[in-house]
Design a protein around this ligand. Structure first.
Ligand code: NAP
Ligand code: FE
Length: 376
């Protein structure tokens, strides 16, 4: 067993100013920012800190949510021309993941996406060569955990591909609770529910350790206690959920994820990542519990609940209170049915299935998708 964390984490209100300590004279810094971070003045704060430290900067503003390989390819030439020493990404998981992917192809120019991006556990991928540039991640959502994770998740043809390497873990993460205060309700909900899925999947994973459990448990506890208040806009709750997102990131960096993520990555064409995960969670849990109830039971008891049934009901109740829809509310039935066999087959092949407590068949995955579609 092993527990790993590469990232140094700064946290607290105003912690964004730590950037000036991390940049030296004449350091070349490329800053990836989401539109909202520019609009709200946080990009300007990042730039001021780089300038105060004597660094030189260039910005890339407006990375779209759920980014694609085309987005990465479009940005690369600008980054290659600027020749940065350091990457800063300020935004949601989407911005951080694009910056991570661009860093891979900037640091190692001859790499081909298809040779390093994983979509199947039966596919042979080459390990990434050593990466060199420094990376500072500043999450503005409270969800993905990309600020500590070893992954960059990029869409190609409606499916998520993952580039994974310990070298992709950011060197620094800055958790400044002023940033997520501005999240729209839906983003707060979707990304916050992703945190719960990260915590639960990391906890029940085949490779969980007592150390990853500690982070997973604390994150799950915070979500159950604070997510509703956070979605309502309560600033203390937003701060707690912001930290929980990174805790869950540390949990899954080590404990990995499972069937919910395997299935949501192949259903990425339907809607936002966190929301699809939240929809699938109770159905995957129902499936896993039948054959492997022990870890769910242990999780329930650690959370102060009676048993796994109570945990299941708590999850369903949270989804209901937060207005999580059924898949059928998001996608047309004909299109869903047409793509279902391929989705189920690809989800079966997903590398994360290897960590799920139960090995599912393609048929069983199809059933789970169908139940989630119909809301049964
Ligand atoms: P996101 O897609 O990064 O952001 C969603 C939306 O929220 C964006 O349109 C953004 O708008 C807006 N937004 C973000 N922060 C805001 C703020 N503070 N105030 C106002 N608006 C804000 O959401 P996410 O849930 O963080 O990331 C999802 C992505 O992460 C998915 O692609 C998923 O696959 C990936 N993911 C990665 C990992 C990993 O380990 N790498 C793990 C799980 C998920 P603007 O662009 O206009 O600012
Ligand atoms: Fe996720």
């Amino acid at each position: 067993m092993r527990f790993f964390l590469k990232t140094t984490i700064f946290l607290g209100r105003g912690s964004l100013s730590n950037i000036s300590k991390l940049i030296s004279e004449n350091e070349r810094v490329i800053v990836f920012s989401s539109k909202s971070m520019e609009k709200l003045g946080f990009l300007k704060e990042v730039i001021n800190n780089i300038e105060n430290a004597g660094g030189v900067y260039e910005t890339i503003v407006g990375v779209p949510p759920e980014p694609t390989i085309e987005n990465v390819e479009e940005i690369l030439p600008k980054v290659r021309e600027f020749k940065p020493d350091t990457f800063i990404a300020i935004g949601g998981g989407s911005v951080i993941d694009v910056a991570k992917a661009v860093k891979v192809f900037y640091d190692v120019p001859d790499l081909d996406f298809d040779n390093v991006a994983v979509f199947s556990r039966f596919q042979k991928v080459n390990p990434l060569p050593k990466l060199k540039s420094k990376f500072i991640a500043i999450p503005s959502t409270s969800g993905a955990g990309s600020e500590v994770s070893a992954a960059s998740v990029i869409k190609k043809g409606g499916t998520k591909y993952t580039i994974v390497s310990p070298d992709l873990c950011p060197d620094y993460a800055i958790l400044d609770p002023r940033l997520p205060e501005n999240m729209p309700k839906e983003v707060a909900r979707n990304s916050g529910l992703d945190v719960l899925v990260h915590a639960i999947e990391a906890y029940v994973s085949k490779v969980a350790t007592p150390f990853s459990d500690a982070y997973a448990l604390r994150a799950a506890k915070i979500i159950f206690e604070y997510l509703e208040k956070s979605v309502e806009g309560d600033s203390e709750a937003r701060e707690m959920v912001h930290y929980a997102a990174t805790m869950a990131g540390i949990a899954f960096l080590n404990g990995r994820l499972g069937l919910v993520h395997a299935m949501s990555h192949k259903a990425a064409w339907i809607g936002p990542h966190g929301l699809i995960n939240a929809i699938l969670l109770p159905y995957v849990m129902e499936f896993n519990v039948k054959k492997a109830p022990e870890r769910y039971d242990s999780l329930a008891r650690e959370l102060g609940l009676k048993d796994v049934e109570e945990l299941y009901l708590k999850i369903v109740d949270l989804n209901e209170r937060l207005g999580v829809p059924r898949l059928s509310d998001l996608v047309d039935e004909d299109e869903f049915m047409e793509r279902l066999p391929e989705m189920a087959r690809k989800a079966y092949e997903d590398p994360l299935v290897a960590f799920n407590p139960v090995e599912p068949s393609v048929e069983e995955i199809k059933e789970i998708y169908l139940k989630a579609f119909r809301g049964e």
